[in-house]
Design a protein around this ligand. Structure first.
Ligand code: C2E
Ligand code: MG
Ligand code: MG
Ligand code: MG
Length: 277
């Protein structure tokens, strides 16, 4: 009895593993075609100034509209794209799309706001990133003052090179944000030596500020530190009025999260913000 159960379990597991491997393989095949087939879409999440309550920016977040599997979130394919090298091309598509969209909105009369895009490590370390950015600015005619790149602490591993790239992006007029702050290989050195404009407090801290005193203390300390270094603070994952009140009372500058809006496709953003104007 026990023996046959064990055997069955083994069989089940090995076929499950095979399924997972097949799924991943198929997904990779599909991913290679997704760019050509125009299957990626961006959703935009509003960023709100905590003092004025006004919209000050969007974060562009990629989704994959798969022909049979439906809308796939980035958590399910970005890692794969990093492993097979497709991420650079996908990332370039994201930057182009997000910045052209922002320019279109500005031309249509929306109050100009910043557009943040997430950079992958590989994309950041690619030698052509700067040339690509210069070209993109020219092509889309977007004012670089409305472009922000979000990097993570992982990217700062190639220390000297990273500083150089960031300085050059800054020289182009592009803003720099450090994403998911506090979760990676955080080093206060980055804050000291990198030309960063914004610090984004990771949502894992924000979601606990009302329940866990330690998270509240950490969030408060990050805000104070950032302000003393003349950087602005963005809280991600703000979901409740209580969290927002806490952040406001601790002078956090900008909030982003489901409390205001989930990430939305361009046409829904237009319904809200073009009409408001
Ligand atoms: P991220 O850059 O930290 O983005 C924030 C994530 O939190 C997004 O998930 C967003 O939908 C989600 N979020 C926003 N507000 C709330 C909230 O109030 N509560 C909760 N629970 N979640 C909230 P998403 O869109 O699934 O993206 C996940 C991650 O995928 C991003 O984390 C980013 O690291 C990566 N990613 C997304 N788009 C791109 C891209 O174009 N390029 C690259 N390289 N990475 C991307
Ligand atoms: Mg981000
Ligand atoms: Mg983030
Ligand atoms: Mg995050």
């Amino acid at each position: 009895q026990a023996k046959s159960e064990g055997k069955n379990r083994y069989v089940v597991h090995s076929s499950e593993l095979l399924n997972v491997m097949m799924d991943e393989y198929m997904l990779e095949v599909d991913l290679r075609r997704a760019l050509d087939n125009d299957e990626f879409v961006l959703h935009y999440q509003p960023q709100i100034n905590n003092n004025t309550g006004k919209l000050v920016g969007f974060e562009a977040l990629i989704r994959w509209q798969h022909p049979t599997l439906g809308l796939i979130p980035p958590g399910k394919f970005i890692k794969l794209a990093e492993e097979n090298g497709l991420i650079t091309q996908i990332g370039e598509w994201v930057i182009n799309e997000a910045c052209s969209q922002n320019k279109k909105w500005q031309d249509a009369g929306m109050t100009p706001v910043k557009m943040s895009v997430n950079l992958s490590t590989q994309q950041f370390l690619t030698r052509d990133l700067l040339a690509f950015m210069e070209d993109m600015l020219e092509r889309t005619a977007i004012d670089p003052a409305y472009v922000v790149v979000e990097i993570t602490e992982y990217m700062a591993m190639e220390y000297e090179y990273s500083i150089q790239v960031l300085e050059q992006l800054k020289a182009l007029g592009i803003g720099i944000s450090i994403d998911d702050f506090g979760t990676g290989y955080s080093s206060l050195n980055y804050l000291k030596n990198f030309p960063i404009d914004y610090i984004k407090i990771d949502k894992s801290f924000v979601s606990e500020i009302m329940n866990n005193e330690k998270d509240a203390i950490i969030v408060n300390a990050i805000i104070t530190l950032a302000h003393n270094l003349r950087k602005e603070v963005i809280a991600e994952g703000v979901e409740t009025q209580e969290q927002l009140d806490f952040l406001k009372s601790h002078h956090c500058d900008i909030s982003q999260g489901y409390y205001f809006s989930k990430p939305l496709p361009a046409d829904e953003i237009e319904k809200i913000y073009l009409e408001q104007h």
